[in-house]
Design a protein around this ligand. Sequence first.
Ligand SMILES: [Ca+2]
Ligand SMILES: [Ca+2]
Ligand SMILES: [Ca+2]
Length: 269
Amino acid sequence: MGETTFLANILYSIAYGIASAVATALMQLPIITIFDKEKPNIKNILRKIKWRIIFVFSSFVGLFVFIMMFFFNFAFVSSDCGKCKASCFLEQNGSVVMEAEHYTYQLPGSGNAVGITWRETTEFSGYTGDSALQALLNTNVNTELETSGPALLYVIKFQTPGRYYVYVRGLALTGDDDSIHVGLAGNVATTTNGIGLSFRLPTFSWQNESGGNLTTINVPVPGVYTFYVWMREDGTTIDKIWLSTNTNNISNDNTSPGPKESPCKFLGK
Ligand SMILES: [Ca+2]
Ligand SMILES: [Ca+2]
Ligand SMILES: [Ca+2]
């Protein structure tokens, strides 16, 4: 969240509210002047509009609240999502990049994954942003082809429709701690591949494949969608997500940090 932008928006809202209240008061003048049988001097006009102070004040409060809601919903665009978790990532030019730890919501696991949650960790070196997320406790649970693992939800505003290649930066402690499922808007992209999107190195690296296939999601029309990451095997650790319309962005096993996180806007939750 950009604090400078936040402060500027508050000051702008206050100034706008005061200006609106003054304008509302001034709008009373022609009415008073036309219907006033007394001489319309400043003293009489000020006396006549005195009872309208409550109305003007309530207008100010109402406008202030309205404008603050407006800015919370539409104008809090930050170049860095930071700790702003109730946020909506903005896709630009066929690409959106999200730190895993900046998820919008998390849903608990069910079935054999009951009680497992995604937890922030800085235990493994090489993460980007604030941390990575690990599905814990790690007691050898595998949801196989079910999406019953704890889920991370990322709300994304897509401007560019089309097929997106899913790249996730994560690490594998062992072969039993190395896979996730992903999907968009309830459509799972990986379960039909017989296995989830899997990590192959004990250090953070980018991976796109699930069961030897490219992992893709489809955005049919521009709009706001929710991207899902489900734990498949507990102990799996993820750091960053990159959705791109370009299949040649980065190769599997690449350990670079990748591009910086996309901008987001605050949803006011
Ligand atoms: Ca595995
Ligand atoms: Ca495990
Ligand atoms: Ca991260």
